[in-house]
Structures are given as structure tokens and as C-alpha cells.
Ligand binder design. Structure first.
Ligand code: CU
Length: 252
């Protein structure tokens, strides 16, 4: 176990495992698989076309001498060596790819060793049919999550009533919202702007309207906004009250 952890740390220190925002890491996985799939596809199809051309039916009778017949095992091309080399190469590529993806996903699960600065921790509570965001100072807001740019945001997702699923597609963050349970996810927004959040678990008649907004603000702007929030939840006191009764009803 210790060796596995040290191998993981070692890999993280190298450039092998991509680090950064979730969007960046998933984009890297996508690109690596796309390139490798394209290369394998080109090699396989080119080789197939070459063989189809080489052993094509000849117009002249008697030219078919070196064409293999159905069921004939090919000989005279290095025996088992060709098979051995291609099998070994494929095995190395596949195993490396599995290892790389595994360590990359480990990083996505737990990016602790390489992120600087304190993450912002926000509690996300799903309700029929809105999202409640609770900040460290107790401030609660409905449907709008405000975060600073370039800072890791750690979400603890849960639900006050039924199963929901909180997701922000552009930031590649997604987590189940289950009553009585907490699911963690995180994201880093590299640019200011507005991102859409949706509910990804059919949760009732209002499911399709259960959208939220992630507002990514400049650090100073966020700091000013956050300093003016109160634990009562400015402007959204009713939302947090509904949330609390919802939780206690379900738990009891
Ligand atoms: Cu929902």
C-alpha cells in the first residue's frame, strides 16, 4: 500500500499525470484516447487494405499461387514471432493506458497533494425543486452559487428530500445528492462568468426546472460579497428554513 502511494506521488511529480482543473484533466483523458484510438484505427485499416490489395483476385489464372486457401494457417512470416511481438506491444500499450487513466482518476478523486491555498467549502442541498448553497459562515442562498475564480471549491452534496444529482457540465463537476448521505466533489473555475448547474436525477414534477447558476467572480469582488453575507441568509432566509425542516422531517 505504501509503495502504491509512493508510486502515485512519484507519478504526480512527473508530467505523466495531468493536473489542474477537472475540465483540463478530463480533456487530457479525452485527447489521449482520441489520438491512440485514431492511430490504432489507421494502422489496422491500412494493414487490412494492404493485405486485401496484396491478395486480391487476379485476372490471370495461375497468378493465385500464393493466396492462402480458406482455413489455411499462414506460414513463412517469422512463425510465432510476429504474433508474439504484436501481442506484447498491445499488452504494454493497454496496461500503460489503464495505469495512466487510473492514476489520473485518483488525482481527480483526491487532488490534495498538489493544490495550493485553502479550498472554499460549500454545502449543496437538493430540494424539490431548487438548490440550496450553504457557505462556511452559515450564509445560505437558493439556486445561485457564488465562487471566486481560480480557487478550488469543495462541494459537500446532500439532499433534504429525495434523490437529486448536482452537476455543472462545463466545470465537469457532478455528485449524487442523497438524503442522509454526503457526496464530495470539487472544481476550479479558471475564468469568471456564469455556468449552468442542473439536476441530473429525475426527482419529481419540477425536475426539469431544477437549474442553478454558478457565478464565478473576481477574488476581490467575491471577498466583498462574502463579507456582507450573514448566517441568516440575506434575501433567502425562507429557502434555508425550508431546507432545515426538510432535513429534520426526513431524518426523523
Ligand atoms: Cu432534482
Amino acid at each position: 500500500m505504501i509503495t502504491l502511494v509512493s508510486v502515485y506521488r512519484g507519478l504526480l511529480l512527473t508530467a505523466v499525470v495531468p493536473r489542474g482543473t477537472r475540465a483540463y484533466v478530463f480533456q487530457r483523458i479525452y485527447v489521449v484516447f482520441l489520438i491512440l484510438g485514431t492511430v490504432v484505427g489507421i494502422v489496422v485499416i491500412a494493414y487490412m487494405l494492404y493485405k486485401a490489395y496484396k491478395y486480391r483476385a487476379s485476372a490471370h489464372a495461375g497468378d493465385d499461387r500464393d493466396r492462402p486457401s480458406v482455413g489455411e494457417i499462414p506460414t513463412g512470416s517469422g512463425g510465432g514471432r510476429k504474433l508474439f511481438v504484436s501481442f506484447t506491444l498491445s499488452a504494454i500499450i493497454v496496461v500503460s493506458l489503464i495505469a495512466w487513466t487510473y492514476f489520473t482518476l485518483l488525482y481527480v478523486e483526491d487532488p490534495e497533494p498538489v493544490t495550493e491555498g485553502e479550498p472554499l467549502e460549500v454545502r449543496v442541498v437538493g430540494h424539490q425543486f431548487y438548490w440550496e448553497f450553504v457557505y462556511p459562515n452559515g450564509h445560505s442562498s437558493a439556486n445561485t452559487l457564488r465562487v471566486p475564480v481560480d480557487r478550488r471549491v469543495e462541494l459537500t452534496v446532500t439532499s433534504a428530500d429525495v434523490f437529486h444529482n448536482f452537476g455543472v457540465p462545463e466545470l465537469r463537476a457532478k455528485a449524487d445528492a442523497i438524503p442522509g448521505q454526503e457526496t464530495d466533489t470539487w472544481f476550479i473555475a479558471p475564468e469568471t462568468g456564469t455556468y449552468q448547474a442542473h439536476c441530473y436525477e429525475l426527482c419529481g414534477a419540477g425536475h426539469s426546472y431544477m437549474d442553478g447558476t454558478v457565478r464565478v467572480m473576481e477574488r476581490d469582488e467575491y471577498r466583498t460579497w462574502y463579507a456582507n453575507t450573514t448566517s441568516s441568509g440575506s434575501g433567502n432566509a425562507s429557502a434555508s428554513a425550508v431546507g432545515e425542516t426538510g432535513v429534520s422531517e426526513r431524518v426523523a
